[in-house]
Design a protein around this ligand. Structure first.
Ligand SMILES: [Zn+2]
Length: 388
C-alpha cells in the first residue's frame, strides 16, 4: 500500500496511481484529523469522494503518529492527550474518538486504537502496554459496532445521515456502486432484525508486545478472542535492528489465522517485503518508495541508485533496463539526474512513478510466484543474488 498521508500520495496523481495498478492506499488519521478535519472530509463524501479515489483505502488509528510525538503527548487509561505538530493546540484521542474519526473519513479498512510501545522497553512496561492495547481494542470494537452504519458512503440505513443535496461526484457514485455490489446478496441489501444493513468498513485488530515473543503470542491470541476480520502486527520499525524485526514477524505471524488478512505495519525495502510475504504477511505499507524517490533514491533490478551522483550525468541508458514503467521507457538516467540536480518538481514526479512501479511490480511477482505454487521463497532467492 502506497502511503497517502494527507489524502494524496505525494507528487503523483490519482489517475497515475490507477494506471500503476494501485489497489489500495493508506491515509493517516492523525494528519487528516488536524487538516482538513474529519467533519470536512465526511461532508465531502469521505476520503473516497474527497480525493476522487474509487479504489480501496486503509486508515491507521492515529496511534502511531501520536506516539511519535514523544514530548507532546500524555497517555492515560482513557486515551492520549497530544499537541498538534502544526500549531501546538491540544487534542485528545481515545479508542472511541479514533473510531469516530476513522468512520468519518470512511476508509474501507480501519485500525483499532493501540499503544505503540517504544523500543527498547522493560518487561513490565511491555506487559502493561500490551494490556492497555487489548482494553483499547475492546473499546474500539464496541464503539465501531455501535456506529459502523454512520460511514459517509452508507446511505442505506435509517440511522445513517441523509445524503447531502446536490449531485454526488462520479467517483463517489462508482464507489457506492461497487460497495453495494460487494455486499449485495441476490440483489437485495442484507437485512438483520428488520434494520437494513448496508456495507460497512472492516475494523482490524493490532498485535503488540514489543520484541517479547511470548507477549506477542499472548497479544495475538487475546486479540483474536476479541475477534476482527483482519489482524495487524504493530510496534515494529521503531528503531530495532532489522534481524529482530524479522524474528518477531516470523514468530507472531504463526499465531494469526492464515485465512484472514495479516498486515505488517510500516515496512520495508523491496527485499524485505518479499521476505515478509514469504513468511505469510498479506499486506504492508511503507513511505519508503515515495519518500526515497523525493530524495533521489531509486530502487531498481540492479540495486539502489542515488540519481544525484555525477556518474549518471552522461548516462543515456534507462533508469532500470528491466522496468517497463513510463519513466524507464522514455527518459535517460542523464535527464533524471539533471532534473534532480536542478531541483525540478518533475524529478519528484518521475522518481515517485518509478519507485511505486518497482514496488508494485515486486508485489505482482510475489503474487505470481505464490500462484505458481513456488511461494515467495523463489523471489527471495532471486533478490539475494549478488547484484551486478
Ligand atoms: Zn521504471
Amino acid at each position: 500500500m502506497p502511503v497517502g498521508t494527507l489524502a494524496t500520495v505525494k507528487s503523483i496523481s490519482q489517475d497515475l496511481l490507477e494506471e500503476l495498478g494501485v489497489q489500495i492506499l493508506l491515509g493517516n488519521t492523525y494528519h487528516l484529523y488536524l487538516r482538513p478535519g474529519v467533519e470536512q472530509v465526511r461532508k465531502l463524501g469521505g476520503l473516497h469522494g474527497f480525493m476522487a479515489w474509487p479504489r480501496a483505502i486503509l486508515t491507521d488509528s492515529g496511534g502511531f503518529q501520536v506516539f511519535s510525538l514523544n514530548e507532546l503527548r500524555k497517555v492515560t487509561e482513557e486515551g492520549v492527550t497530544f499537541r498538534s505538530h502544526l500549531d501546538g493546540s491540544s487534542h485528545f484521542f481515545s479508542p472511541e474518538s479514533a473510531m469516530a474519526a476513522q468512520i468519518g473519513l470512511g476508509a474501507d479498512i480501519i485500525m483499532a486504537f493501540d499503544e505503540c510501545t517504544e523500543f527498547p522497553a522493560e518487561g513490565a512496561r511491555l506487559k502493561a502496554s500490551m494490556e492497555l492495547t487489548l482494553r483499547w481494542a475492546e473499546r474500539s470494537k464496541k464503539y465501531f459496532d455501535e456506529h459502523k452504519n454512520e460511514v459517509p458512503w452508507n446511505r442505506s440505513t435509517s440511522g445513517a445521515k441523509a445524503p447531502e443535496q446536490g449531485e454526488p461526484n462520479r467517483s463517489a457514485e462508482a464507489l457506492r456502486h461497487s460497495k453495494a455490489e460487494l455486499n449485495r446478496s441476490s440483489g437485495e441489501m442484507r437485512t438483520f432484525g428488520g434494520i437494513q444493513d448496508g456495507p460497512t468498513q472492516a475494523l482490524f485488530g493490532i498485535v503488540q508486545g514489543g520484541m517479547d515473543l511470548a507477549l506477542r503470542k499472548e497479544s495475538a491470541e487475546r486479540t483474536m478472542e476479541i475477534g476482527f476480520p483482519g489482524y495487524a502486527i504493530g510496534g515494529l520499525s521503531v528503531g530495532e535492528p532489522r534481524g529482530l524485526t524479522r524474528e518477531v514477524v516470523e514468530s507472531t505471524v504463526q499465531h494469526l489465522p492464515a485465512e484472514k488478512p495479516r498486515y505488517l505495519m510500516g515496512v520495508g525495502t523491496p527485499e524485505e517485503i518479499v521476505e515478509y510475504a514469504n513468511l505469510g504477511i498479506d499486506m504492508m505499507d511503507c513511505v519508503l518508495p515515495t519518500r526515497a524517490a523525493r530524495h533521489g533514491l531509486l530502487f531498481t533490478s540492479e540495486g539502489k541508485i542515488s540519481i544525484k551522483q555525477a556518474r549518471y550525468a552522461g548516462d543515456e541508458g534507462p533508469l532500470d533496463p528491466l522496468c517497463g514503467c513510463r519513466v524507464c521507457e522514455r527518459y535517460s538516467r542523464a535527464y533524471l539526474r539533471h532534473l534532480y540536480a536542478s531541483n525540478e518538481v518533475l524529478a519528484q514526479v518521475l522518481n515517485t512513478i518509478h519507485n511505486l512501479s518497482f514496488y508494485l511490480d515486486t508485489m505482482r511477482a510475489v503474487r505470481h510466484s505464490i500462484a505458481l505454487g513456488r511461494g515467495a521463497r523463489f523471489l527471495s532467492e532471486v533478490w539475494s543474488r549478488p547484484k551486478p
